[in-house]
Design a protein around this ligand. Structure first.
Ligand code: ADP
Ligand code: MG
Length: 300
């Protein structure tokens, strides 16, 4: 594309809410053969809510919620926000039995797994099964059953272990964006393969990918390892686009031939991307590729 063509297309994208940073992305976008989508906040709305809760111990439900909230209140993860919001709702329903604020210390983030914190003499872990396994917390069959039941419904299970035992769990749901399925199928008609990448577990990831019509999934991906997946896909010369919203997505957005950030995403992702989808609508992945196509046609 000539500089003028790039300027025109950039100018064309802007009113549609597709912000293209420079001509390089615009020249490459129409060559894309694979689009990698982050799950949470990209394919899904990104605002998970707790839809069920189960206590496996004899602990009163309000105490269980209070403990989970005290740990998750320190986390920025959208799942943490869902747990806190749910616990707050329960506070309004029950009069808290906790007379004084517990001493809390040693908050820790286990990226891709969950969080932990000491509350008085209790060590509390909040996160996925892998976090529990890493801390030698046994998963009893009752917990296993609740998890698989939730995951088949595309929900993510949050386990809460207190002193080495799973005391209870929450199931959160994060619906897919209404346009997701149509966009994936449209990309397919353009001969473009869609792939989903997530740190979430395989069962939930597979349930979500089925909903949107994505066949290839990379689940339980360590944060920051998304970029390696992009590099693998590029090995045979395929032009790869990455669409993401989170801090963890930024290395992958930078590694991709074309990085597309969701406008509602984090500043870090927006900075790392070549194209910003200002309306946070996945249809604009196609808009961006179309603009690129038109630009190259006009100049070649
Ligand atoms: P993603 O953004 O794809 O969901 P992350 O790497 O942020 O991936 O997290 C992977 C998984 O780790 C989550 O699906 C969740 O199970 C668990 N996790 C991470 N942080 C928390 C948290 N604060 N509370 C509960 N679970 C968490
Ligand atoms: Mg995300």
């Amino acid at each position: 594309a000539t500089p003028t063509a790039v300027m025109v297309a950039t100018g064309k994208g802007a009113p549609q809410g597709v912000l293209i940073k420079g001509g390089n992305a615009l020249e490459k976008a129409h060559k894309v053969k694979t689009v990698v989508f982050d799950k949470t906040g990209t394919l899904t709305v990104g605002k998970p809510v707790v839809v069920s809760m189960k206590v496996f111990s004899s602990m009163p439900i309000q105490e269980f919620c209070h403990i989970a909230e005290a740990v998750e209140a320190n986390s920025e993860h959208p799942i943490a926000k869902a747990v806190v919001q749910h616990a707050k709702k329960l506070h309004q329903m029950y009069v808290s039995t906790l007379k004084h604020k517990a001493e809390v210390e040693d908050f820790e983030v286990h990226a891709g797994y969950g969080v932990s914190r000491k509350i008085g003499d209790k060590l509390v872990l909040v996160g996925n099964k892998r976090l529990m396994v890493a801390h030698n917390v046994p998963i009893i069959s009752e917990v296993e059953y609740y998890m698989s039941e939730s995951e088949q419904l595309a929900r993510t299970c949050v386990l809460v272990a207190i002193n080495g035992m799973v005391s209870g769990a929450f199931a959160v749901t994060d619906p897919v964006k209404p346009e997701a399925e149509q966009v994936i199928s449209f990309l397919k008609s353009m001969n473009i393969t869609s792939i989903m990448v997530t740190g979430d577990n395989w069962a939930t990831a597979n349930a979500i990918s089925k909903e949107v019509g994505i066949v290839t999934v990379f689940a339980e991906t360590e944060p920051l390892r998304e970029a390696d997946k992009i590099k693998d896909l590029q090995l045979n010369g395929t032009a790869v686009a990455m669409v993401g919203d989170g801090i963890n997505d930024s290395p992958a957005l930078a590694a991709a031939d074309v990085g597309m950030a969701i406008g509602a995403g984090t500043d870090v992702a927006i900075e790392a991307a070549d194209i910003v989808l200002m309306k946070s609508n996945l249809e604009d992945v196609v808009t961006a590729i179309d603009l690129s196509r038109k630009t190259s046609l006009g100049s070649d």
